[in-house]
Design a binder for this molecule. Sequence first.
Ligand code: ACO
Length: 322
Amino acid sequence: MIGVGGATPLPVLDNHALSALVDTSDDWIRSRTGITQRHLASSDVSLVDLASEAAQAALVHAGVATESVDLILLATSTPDDLFGTASLVQARLGAHNAVAFDLTAACSGFIFGLVTAAQYLRAGTYRTVVLIGADILSRWVDWSDRRTCILFGDGAGAVVLQADATDQLLGFELRSDGRLNHYLTLGYEPDPQTLVESVTIGQGKFKPIFMNGREVYRFAVTQVPEVIEKALFRAGLTTDDIDWLLLHQANQRILDAVADRLGIPREKVISNVSDYGNTSAASIPLALSEVVANGQIKPGDVVAAAGFGAGLTWGAAIFRWH
Ligand code: ACO
């Protein structure tokens, strides 16, 4: 990983303003989640806008020319085009030598993308990869459902990865369990329409995000520490070797509970959930870009990153910041 960047933060909706939309309060949201505000994309902002801006920032930070990008991976669950949005980002960047495709694993998307990118780099197939995590969940939230609308925000972050003599991904573990899918969904609902006798198709629409908050919370605080420990084992490291714990920014209580279970002190936990809420695939690269920009993370530091979310999917990656 040789560069990181984020899209410019979008307009803010704070807890007080949100309390005018649904029956909630700043106090309830902050005490249950640690979130004070979220950034939301206006109707004229596309996912391509956000993803391209983040990718461009990461390329500038890495000092890598657009022409030398071999692969663009776009981790998102909220594409502009269901056929694929990554190629539109490729066109916007002018990265004509690259191949680009979307990868969907909800809030685990960045970690799944990081491991996918590493396989291409290790195999020697590609030398330079841009990995973007970008989501506009505000398009899919039911803004009258106080159980979910308080949590989510929009954004994009990106990293540049390059094949290197010293492999920076030290260990990883990816998991999914479709039997738990119903805890967190953004599902398609077909509306049967008979075209001719014996041919009925299902042109419908996607329903807003549904979440069983308690079950997702329970899943996160038990499964995420386990997956981090497995990734550490693969890396030949222990929790004492971790300089930074970089979790998907879903909820401060989840970040604290995972850190406590692993015995990692709070000062090693990276958090910007207060300012952004849950930005899904964008949350890890966005948080990383902030701590790199303010100099908290130093070259050589060991980062334990983990994502978790819909699918259900979860995974951890232990890497050394270049
Ligand atoms: N304001 C006020 N009251 C509320 C609100 C709200 N925004 N939301 C729920 N309540 C009420 C409920 O109606 C309920 O009232 P009742 O007891 O009278 O029925 C009470 O508060 C408790 O509700 P719970 O849902 O049990 O609240 P909980 O303490 O579990 O907190 C929360 C909810 C914050 C959502 C928590 O469950 C959580 O963080 N879960 C994890 C969610 C998460 O991280 N999801 C992201 C996954 S990533 C991805 O892939 C998208």
